[in-house]
Write a protein that binds this ligand. Sequence first.
Ligand SMILES: *[C@@H]1O[C@H](CO)[C@@H](O)[C@H](O)[C@H]1NC(C)=O
Length: 361
Amino acid sequence: MYRIILIFIVFVPAYDANLCGCKSMRKCYVDMLNILKDKDEEACVENVATGAGTVMIFLKALKQYCPEVVKVEEKYVTYEGRHLYEVIVTNNTAKHVDDDTKPVILIEAGQLAGSESTNLVLVLIQQLAACIEYEDMIEKVKWVILPCTNPDGLEYTRYNRVQWKKNLKPSDDQMNHGVDLSRNFDHQWSACKKRGNSFSPQYPGLSPFSENETRFVRDVMNRYKNQARAYISVRKNGHSLLFPYAYTKVKVDDEAQYKKVAEKIVEKINQRAGIIQLFSSESIFSMNGKAHCGHSVDYAFDLGIPNSFEMRVFLGSETEVVTKFQSLPRGYHNSLLLGYLSGFKKLYEIITTDKSKNAHF
Ligand SMILES: *[C@@H]1O[C@H](CO)[C@@H](O)[C@H](O)[C@H]1NC(C)=O
């Protein structure tokens, strides 16, 4: 009898209105939700309109309530003074775990502005930190997540309702602003036709890594390059998982392996998201039909980080795809969200079952 009561107390959390998709929730997270609820804040990140302020408040709360599983670094700021956050979700309470050799999954979102990709990875952070059923995922892997790598662009798109993907740093002549961060990495930066002026939505900057945002991503990649088993750059508009190269149609040596991994993840996402099956797995170049120079996935690949992908999420208005699916049923966004989350889980399974640590895969 005594036993049964104990189990009951442990497994039924005090906060029972909403478990944010968890089967059972970590104590620190329950405490956090109770406080947020008192302040009349929305409890689960998937229900929040994602802006730079949301990211800040959410991470501040997480850091305060669940420091045993979440760490947040903020060493860089943007032109408009917003922090660029590095979130580390991991659990080292099991004695045998050596933090320095733990495999790292590096995920970065929001380079092209917009809020969809940032919201998705905030939900991922929430699931990893909050749900007890994902304990293994943070025991065996260190998740390094950059939830919003272009917060100035994010805010600009929120309030101006324009198609915008650059950051907001003014050009030297103060005539225009913005660098396309997705073209500012030091990988074949000058191989594409020059877009010299900053009026272009694809302006790659005056030089590679001219922007705080891209330097920030570069530093994180270099810090973890030996442990990193994957790099996923999550971007708005699309529904696809794409591998290197972006700058050339020349195939990478291990394209067959890349395809295999991509197809496993894609299959999982399609299974879960259902409805449409458009998640492709091809190179970034072949998806675009032309070169994209200075790309972060190419940069990560050449650093030796295996499983480097560009992941396009949610069918935005810029894609032709969307016109075919304009009458998507309500709740469709949620099916996609769940699909993408199961894709991350599949990636984790692939990485942790792989025994050949030194091979690319
Ligand atoms: C980033 O940019 C701003 C202004 O553009 C600058 O003040 C700041 O010191 C830069 N560096 C870092 C590390 O944030």
